[in-house]
Design a protein around this ligand. Sequence first.
Ligand code: NAD
Ligand code: UGA
Length: 464
Amino acid sequence: MKIQKICCIGAGYVGGPTMSVIADKCPDLEVRVVDINKERIAAWNDKDLNKLPIFEPGLDQIISRTRGRNLFFSSEMEKSISEADMIFISVNTPTKTKGLGAGQASDLSWVEASARQVAKFANGHTIVIEKSTLPVRTAQAIKEILKTTNRENQKNEISKTFSVLSNPEFLAEGTAINDLEQPDRVLIGGEDPDSVSDLVNIYLNWVPREKIICTNLWSSELSKLAANAFLAQRISSINSISAFCEATGANIQEVAKAIGTDKRIGNKFLNPGPGFGGSCFKKDILNLVYLSEYFGLPEVANYWNQVVVLNTWQQDRIYKIVLQKLFGTVNGKRIAILGFSFKANTNDTRESPAIRISSDLLEEGAVISIYDPKVSFEKVKEDFEKLSFDNHGSWHMVNSIEDALKNADAVLILTAWEEFFGLDWNYFASLMRTPAWVFDTRSVVNREEIKNTGLNLWKLGEGS
Ligand code: NAD
Ligand code: UGA
């Protein structure tokens, strides 16, 4: 089958960048990205590339090359689905908040709704691809939905056929374009060799054949959950050792280097920090925990659950250290928060450690000034409103590091944005009250830079 038109349901952090790169690398394909969120589609179509709904380095250049040429963002679900030969489902799969499995299982409402739309509007033969991260065996549910609706279509003498593939996405935010253009691997799970080969042929436009791994459907679905669990586990491992370092006088940077030079361990993903954030690690591990229990493997469930437990503990630990260093109270004290996104180079704040740590400080009555180069006031407001906590303090957003640090008793660095490195601490110390503290959770401050400034420094995994 010659694939000419692709549709992607979901214009989010995955759908937008992934389809932009496919359109860029395959100029002969027409790529349509659809979303029920009309505001998001309008933002993707905004002439001002600074107003794209997500910030991702390099994305704006690709959009300016492809948008209107062979890449289109639209709300026209029926037309886009009915014309497509291949449909990617790239919708949100958050943790269920109520009902069976609440707090652990993935909420598949959006995936199911997408599958039903595909069943209704598709024409002829359509390859349906799971791009979202999904519980193992979801492809079976999608097949059932497509089959059932297909029976209704047959009654009305409409002929449609479907083939379902799994093609999970491994991009990380902040490096999404590079990850998509030069992936470590592309994973395709499926049973129908022709459909698998159609998808392989698309990736072959820019990905070497040896990097394309083909597996059965269930291995593909599980590999995505397992990969995220392994990555998150490394972060919890290094964070557990960071606490150990503080207790013993060892230095986490030295320890990370010493263990990371062992080729079997490797030096990536060994940066200690305020715990992993982002929309996926926690949700995917909790999903793995839920599935482990479902399949009668409680020991496996407990093992992975501990990765999440340690992550929350790390965030709580940091807030308690701030409190302790500021003489046990932050009531009325001004604390600058540098960085609110869950990592550098993204405007995404989902599950950002900054949310939990700031709200704990607000409960204690702190006055918080937040500076982040890409996160908006509205986003922070929304994040705090989603939490139920007793706010005894106050917070505001500022437009510069300088404004954040004016009259502050402490500054807490939570995201490793490039501009936080190499700051003139002598100058910033002169803006702060005394005694003042710098709490560095991302190892952006060099101890030498702080010397002779009068500031106290606490670094994660090194102490004060
Ligand atoms: P997102 O929330 O940014 O985007 C999902 C979009 O889907 C939203 O804009 C929503 O309006 C839209 N949508 C939901 N239901 C729809 C429907 N029925 N029809 C049309 N549009 C619909 O989510 P995301 O971060 O892009 O993640 C999507 C999936 O990819 C998730 O399963 C996630 O686990 C996985 N994933 C995410 C990342 C990442 O870095 N964010 C990386 C790899 C995998
Ligand atoms: C992660 C994975 O890296 C991607 O492969 C995956 O596709 C994606 O999740 C997903 O499924 O959503 P992402 O969450 O965007 O990507 O970003 P990461 O670079 O993995 O960082 C996640 C969190 O871990 C961030 O809060 C980051 O600061 C933290 N982290 C990362 C550390 O604390 N230390 C490290 O060494 C690395």
